[in-house]
Write a protein that binds this ligand. Structure first.
Ligand code: 10D
Ligand code: SF4
Length: 334
């Protein structure tokens, strides 16, 4: 490692808002509270949020992450991740005699409810989102017969609907705002009577982090986004930074993934993090940069965030007793 002295002109632009959103904060606290109240193990279906550090930390405290509900032994407690699940997953948990805690972000639930409502009114629903993403799987599961996925503007050519006067678009909450609008424009060209969702599906946190990275990225030679490879919103920040004018932008989970060569010829480094990233990881990157002469840190603040969500209501119940009762029913003891 080459340690440089602070050099005039070298600076870090630190985006605000960045990091944890209200839905992630709620979900991570929900796992911690469940572990405290009910003791380990607490099973979590899918990574509670898409962040390596968060998952590793919760695993050390006794959380067990699984991909399928069937992996949870009967009589246990399972939590659903912040990305949401399809109704079939609730049914699987019931069948498996599991007590459940739903940590789905309320803003994802809002999109689920929109999907159910438009399906009831027999609309063709075009869900803009990334194929295979957990949130898209959950939302699609609310109305599989009415929803088709549109994965970006190039996918619009493949869309067929029953009645072009009854088409609505909805979206994943963590998409690029600009790319989504391109997709919507392409759909509108094909189906001019397209109806828009009643309110933004791309959530406030996704939008705010993109606005901040645009402003900061336009002035940066290099942008570092802290976030995991499977985090949709974090990956979008890298794309938005490049489109905003940053010469280069990279996604890293940890400071030790930063390549010294990225700093060659760089005066301004932009720094931000995805909605699932605890700020301790950003602090470690700031330290890494300071050791290389980037000690001057300026905050680029584009919004104030005050939103907070209450914890899942199930945490107020005695879920160990409920799980035991479910087990007893299964074994015929009751
Ligand atoms: O991949 P992603 O951006 O949807 O999820 P991540 O867990 O990184 O961030 C939080 C976003 C959620 C839970 C979806 F709304
Ligand atoms: Fe909720 Fe938005 Fe955070 Fe997703 S990114 S958990 S929708 S607040």
């Amino acid at each position: 490692m080459v340690t440089m002295t602070a050099s005039p002109g070298r600076r870090v632009l630190l985006a605000a808002p960045r990091g944890y959103c209200a839905g992630v904060d709620r979900a991570v606290i929900a796992v911690e509270k469940a572990l405290e109240q009910y003791g380990a193990p607490i099973y979590v279906r899918h990574e509670i949020v898409h962040n390596k550090y968060v998952v590793q930390t919760l695993e050390k405290k006794g959380a067990i992450f699984v991909e399928r509900t069937e992996e949870v032994p009967p009589g246990n407690i399972v939590m659903f991740s912040a990305h949401g699940v399809a109704p079939t997953v609730h049914a699987e948990a019931e069948k498996g005699r599991l007590a459940t805690i739903d940590a789905t972000c309320p803003l994802v639930t809002k999109v689920h409810k929109e999907a159910v409502r438009f399906a009831k009114e027999d609309f063709d629903i075009l869900l803009i989102g990334h194929e295979g993403h957990e949130e898209v799987i959950g939302t699609s599961g609310e109305a599989p017969d009415h929803i088709q996925l549109v994965d970006g503007p190039d996918d619009v050519a493949n869309v067929e609907v029953r009645d072009p006067s009854k088409v609505v678009w909805l979206s994943q909450t963590t998409l690029s705002v600009d790319e989504t609008m391109e997709t919507v424009d392409a759909i509108k060209e094909k189906f001019p009577q397209l109806i828009s969702p009643p309110s933004d599906d791309i959530c406030y946190a996704t939008q705010n982090r993109q606005v901040a990275v645009k402003e900061m990225g336009a002035e940066s030679d290099l942008v570092i986004v802290v976030g995991s490879r499977n985090s949709s919103n974090s990956k979008r920040l890298v794309e938005v930074a490049k489109l905003a004018g940053a010469r280069a932008a990279y996604l890293v989970d940890f400071a030790d993934e930063i390549d010294e060569a990225w700093l060659e010829g760089v005066t301004t480094v932009g720094l931000t993090s995805g909605a699932s990233v605890p700020d301790v990881l950003v602090e470690q990157v700031l330290e890494w940069l300071a050791q290389r002469g980037f000690e001057d840190v300026e905050i680029v603040k584009t919004a104030e965030e005050t939103i907070a969500f209450s914890l899942p209501k199930e945490l107020r119940r005695d879920l160990r007793a409920e799980a035991a009762e479910l087990m007893a029913e299964r074994t015929g003891e009751k």
